[in-house]
Design a protein around this ligand. Sequence first.
Ligand code: CO8
Length: 258
Amino acid sequence: MSFELIIAETRGRVGLITLNRPKALNALNDQVMDEIGAALDGFEADDNIGAIVITGSEKAFAAGADIGAMASFSYMDAYKGDYISRNWERVKTCRKPIIAAVAGFALGGGCELAMMCDIIIAADSAKFGQPEVKLGILPGAGGTQRLPRAVGKAKAMDLCLTARFMDATEAEKAGLVSRVVPADTLLDEALAAAETIAGFSLPVVMMIKESVNRAFESSLNEGLLFERRVFHSAFALNDQKEGMAAFVEKRKANFRHD
Ligand code: CO8
């Protein structure tokens, strides 16, 4: 897959998307989001891909939505053009797991893009923030909704209202990121985690992603019921037979992803 503002490649069973607009610190415009969407379409259609990593550069995962592109927007441009919903939701609808590997700035839409992923692994250089308030706007791609779910109301209010940045250590303590690693090992760590996930049964991995996400959309009892039904359905998989046989026979499971 060949793109202009991102690089999409495969590493084993992992699809890797690298944002590639270095001069604008990977600011996210329509073209970037369309290209991410097209890359995700390709990876989702590819049976040989079991997990995806999205990363940026050493200096910036993404410094936000492209401010220049938005500066002259009218209300009608935003509303009729279905700004954000049109091409940002594709990340959310991806059924395969996505890891955001974040170094440097993840601000505004950049932080929101990372939060749309399933796991955030941060370099020790990472800085997260929702500084839209400084621009006379508010977060528009989930910052006021996903951030409080990740870090709680107090910290989400603090970040969104003061525009201050949160470093990687604080982000890990607050629950936004799952691990912090030295910057020079970030991509290796993220790819290794993705490769581990991609080695498990793909349908089971997809069921786990769907079930964990359901926890944020339902009451506890509804979520537990959903989990139980999906759990029962796992016994229809060849991979369940293989996984348990492998345990009993003390060997490594060889999942066929069905
Ligand atoms: N949009 C466009 N260009 C950007 C952006 C951006 N968000 N961020 C940085 N750039 C550009 C700069 O304009 C500069 O370009 P040039 O060299 O041509 O002047 C280049 O990247 C390098 O930036 P700096 O010189 O500013 O680099 P510094 O190291 O001095 O500062 C910062 C780095 C702190 C990251 C600084 O660039 C900054 O504050 N950037 C803006 C951060 C921000 O406000 N982000 C939020 C944007 S609004 C948003 O995301 C809304 C989300 C709504 C939903 C998304 C829908 C699409």
